[in-house]
Design a protein around this ligand. Structure first.
Ligand SMILES: [Mn+2]
Length: 309
């Protein structure tokens, strides 16, 4: 069965609704599960009404009974991030695979190939993070072999049967409780430590980071705002794609009107990045990363604009 699943708390409901809107358009008829971590009754009612209006078969599962005590959290990462680790026990036992999506993704195209993907013995299939010094450092901390990937579980095909059989949720929890100091990216690190070596690899198109991947040859099926969030910052690569879908939900954003403060912020943003790019051209290595991201964001912005025009 084709099924997707996301988890969120009350604060993230508008972003999940945006994800769901994109799924309704790109993948009509897909069964959708949402695991609720304390979503308010008003938002739950609004979500149900919205899902029937856009013909999404949405089922909400309550996670309040889930014991997440002792699991590490950080500023800007609520305990809800850990829920995906426990999806195998929260979702119906008859469900064998599910496509887990973060609530900061947009699904732009048909993802049927994912539902036909043969998992075999792989417990997960996902897209690896780019091989950067930071990723290598994280892998070393977690004891992951250099040859193995560090996957991004924001878009993750889960072999629920394998997870249940091998008690992988418990293994991830045990690892997390025993190695809290190693979990820079919380559940992401714990999932990788336990099963990166046996993950099946998906193509970048299924987990495209707009602020990083500018290669013209990638035609993104799923966009993931893994870096800056378009609802927090004005200058986010492909941010308008998010605003495009968000505007179709019953959680509208505040209308943006022109103000001098916005103009100043925009000017400051570009000046800062031009300066960094120039310094990087002149040899300042410490700006290489931000200069590259700025360049990629601009390339992607012009490329993506064509998608919704
Ligand atoms: Mn994410």
């Amino acid at each position: 069965m084709k099924a997707i699943c996301a988890a969120c708390d009350d604060k993230f409901v508008p972003h999940f609704a945006t994800t769901m809107m994109s799924v309704a358009i790109s993948n009509p008829g897909v069964k959708t599960y949402l695991v609720s971590d304390g979503i308010s009754p008003e938002n739950l009612a609004k979500l149900s009404a919205f899902s029937s209006r856009i013909a999404v078969d949405l089922e909400i599962i309550d996670a309040s009974q889930l014991d997440l005590s002792g699991l590490k959290t950080r500023k800007n990462y609520s305990r809800a991030v850990w829920i995906r680790v426990f999806l195998p026990q929260l979702l119906p036992a008859s469900l064998e695979t599910v496509l887990h999506l973060d609530a900061d993704v947009l699904v732009l195209k048909d993802v049927a190939p994912l539902f036909e993907f043969e998992m075999g013995a792989h417990p997960i299939a996902a897209v690896p993070e780019d091989d950067t010094p930071r990723t290598r450092e994280r892998k070393a901390t977690l004891g992951i072999d250099e040859a193995d990937p560090y996957i991004n579980p924001g878009v993750m095909l889960m072999n629920l049967s394998a997870w249940r059989e091998r008690e992988l949720s418990t293994r991830v929890r045990d690892y997390a409780l025993a190695n809290a100091e190693k979990l820079f990216l919380l559940d992401m690190c714990a999932i990788n430590a336990v099963m990166a070596h046996e993950a099946a690899i998906l193509e970048r198109t299924y987990n495209f980071f707009p602020h990083v991947h500018s290669s013209d040859r990638i035609d993104p099926r799923i966009v993931h705002y893994a870096g800056p969030k378009p609802w927090n910052k004005r200058h986010v690569a492909c941010g308008y794609l998010y605003h495009h879908f968000r505007a179709m939900t019953p959680w509208p954003e505040k209308p943006v009107s022109f103000s001098l403060a916005d103009f100043r912020e925009t000017a400051r943003y570009h000046i800062k990045n031009w300066r960094r790019s120039l310094l990087n051209q002149l040899g300042a290595k410490k700006y290489a990363h931000s200069a590259q991201n700025y360049r990629n964001a601009r390339i992607n912005n012009s490329r993506f604009r064509r998608l919704i025009l």
